[in-house]
Design a protein around this ligand. Sequence first.
Ligand code: TYC
Length: 116
Amino acid sequence: MPSEPPKPPSRAPFTPGRDDGAVVAERKTARIRPPRMYQVVLLNDDYTPMEFVVMVLQEYFKRDLETATHIMLKIHHEGRGVCGVYTKDVAATKVELVLAAARRSGHPLQCIMEAA
Ligand code: TYC
């Protein structure tokens, strides 16, 4: 005699207000949100050499020579320019590194971060 396929475990029919043993997972935590981003901005001044700013953009913001020169000239003409957009910790570290390099070289270059 052929054996019957196994039956799923039986459960009492659903009755509103009665515990039928069903388990419902509730989501308690919020969905993951993308991190807040911060732009690192260089400010113009009258003393920092253009070549130094271009070097900073290449070295710390990984820009190629053409892009770095373009951003530097924008800062020179408009007073400020965005070097890159990063998470908070990365942006803060870049600001520190740029300021340290500028001070080491005796330049007054200013670098700030702001919420993007
Ligand atoms: N204005 C500077 C000069 O004429 C060049 C400069 C560009 C300085 C960008 C700072 O963030 C800066 N030498």
